[in-house]
Write a protein that binds this ligand. Structure first.
Ligand code: PLP
Length: 401
């Protein structure tokens, strides 16, 4: 008899479980719109050309070794990552009041940031948008924070519930941490306008709340790295403190390399140094130090002007393909005379469309059309191609009529 015989089977992860179900389906027309990974118009995963080139450089450079990185990761990578999100001329960087540590992609950066806050910040409450990426509540709860939600999405308009957001943040516990999606909100694809961001910033600063940005899609939303970083830069420009978790999974296509960074912008250089010393105490017993390969790829690309420019072009091409899929799906539904207003498909931003389809409609589309997506009706536009748009449009049409 096993000492583990009492262990009950856990449910599949709601997002990754979609792919498990998809893999089991023998249908030739099956379509996986569940997972947030970019595909080409041929439906293939993409390794960016600049990534291939950077890897080639790494392989050819015999001076590169496989020694451990420091606990905080690759120093060049950290500096360049901070520059990427805050801007090359960021006063916070010049004043040395930013500490950046390399972490295991976006998820690891969120977790390390949350563990640090649970140990060293006076307020354990973190307010996260409703809805949000399904992993957020688990990451923050397990780190020792207590999760509250703030209103974000309005199903009636399929847009931002701005009034609800302001009310909920306005009545948040004093000093509460506020999780903000830097751009391309997942799962809704709904972002505040620049003016709304300014109002949110004023509210957060006037109430003394602590912003924690999740930046998993920089460059992927608009095609411009700088535009997508604007909300974060607004909050840095006012001199206040904040955290940012960055991921290179989507914008550099480095998903499985697990490359990301946590930056904490502090009031002054002295605080930043002490914060970094404590981040090391969080990281060391968790995984000791981060992996070297992916961070080296990123550093090679960000350091070299030509590679960097090439990256921005490839990144824009990915963003543009997604935007074109929105247009094609919208047009296909209009051509079919599908009932309802589908303009949110072209208004929403980033990798996902929050279709407004309910869980029965999703189940119907999976059963009858072999289309896989999360039960909240979120579809990954990156998983769609010109060839598969008609099939999806047929399925949506059948589901709502
Ligand atoms: N945050 C958001 C909003 C995401 O959508 C994702 C990935 O889907 C992540 C963080 C973390 O991704 P990763 O850990 O692969 O960088």
């Amino acid at each position: 008899n096993s000492v583990f015989s009492h262990v009950v089977r856990a449910p599949e992860d709601p997002i990754l479980g979609v792919t498990v179900a998809y893999n089991k389906d023998p249908s030739p027309v099956k379509l996986n719109l569940g997972v947030g990974a970019y595909r080409t118009d041929e439906g293939k995963p993409l390794v960016l050309n600049v990534v291939r080139k950077a890897e080639q450089q790494l392989v050819n450079d015999r001076s590169r070794v496989k020694e451990y990185l420091p606990i905080t990761g690759l120093a060049d990578f950290n500096k360049l990552s901070a520059k990427l999100i805050f801007g090359a001329d960021s006063p916070a960087i010049q004043e040395n009041r930013v500490t950046t540590v390399q972490c295991l992609s976006g998820t690891g950066s969120l977790r390390v940031g949350a563990e640090f806050l649970a140990r060293h910040y006076h307020q354990r409450t973190i307010c996260i948008p409703q809805p949000t990426w399904g992993n957020h509540p688990k990451v923050f709860t397990l780190a020792g924070l207590s999760v509250k939600t703030y209103r974000y999405y309005d199903p009636a308009t399929r847009g931002l519930n701005f009034q609800g957001l302001l009310e909920d943040l306005g009545s948040a516990p004093s000093g509460a941490i506020v999780l903000l999606h830097a751009c391309a909100h997942n799962p809704t694809g709904v972002d505040p306008t620049p003016q709304q961001w300014e109002n949110i910033r004023q509210l957060i600063r006037s109430k003394g709340l602590l912003p924690f940005f999740d930046s998993a899609y920089q460059g992927f939303a608009s095609g411009s790295l700088d535009s997508d970083a604007q909300p974060v830069r607004m909050f840095v420009a006012d001199g206040g403190e904040l955290l940012v978790a960055q991921s290179y999974a989507k914008n550099m296509g480095l998903y499985g390399e697990r490359v990301g960074a946590l930056s904490i912008v502090c009031r002054n250089a002295d605080v930043a140094g002490r914060v970094e010393s404590q981040l090391k105490l969080v990281i060391r017993p968790m995984y000791s130090n981060p992996p070297i390969h992916g961070a080296s790829i990123v550093a090679v690309i960000l350091k070299d002007r030509n590679l960097y420019n090439e990256w921005t072009i490839e990144l824009k091409a990915m963003a543009d393909r997604i935007i074109s899929m929105r247009r094609q799906l919208f047009d296909a539904l209009r051509a079919r005379g599908t009932p309802g207003d589908w303009s949110h498909i072209i208004k929403q931003i980033g990798m996902f469309t929050f279709t407004g389809l309910n869980s029965e409609q999703v189940a119907f589309m999976t059963k009858e059309y072999h289309i896989y997506m999360t039960y909240d009706g979120r579809i990954s536009m990156a998983g769609l191609s010109s060839k598969t748009v008609p099939h999806l449009a047929d399925a949506i049409h059948a589901a709502v009529t």
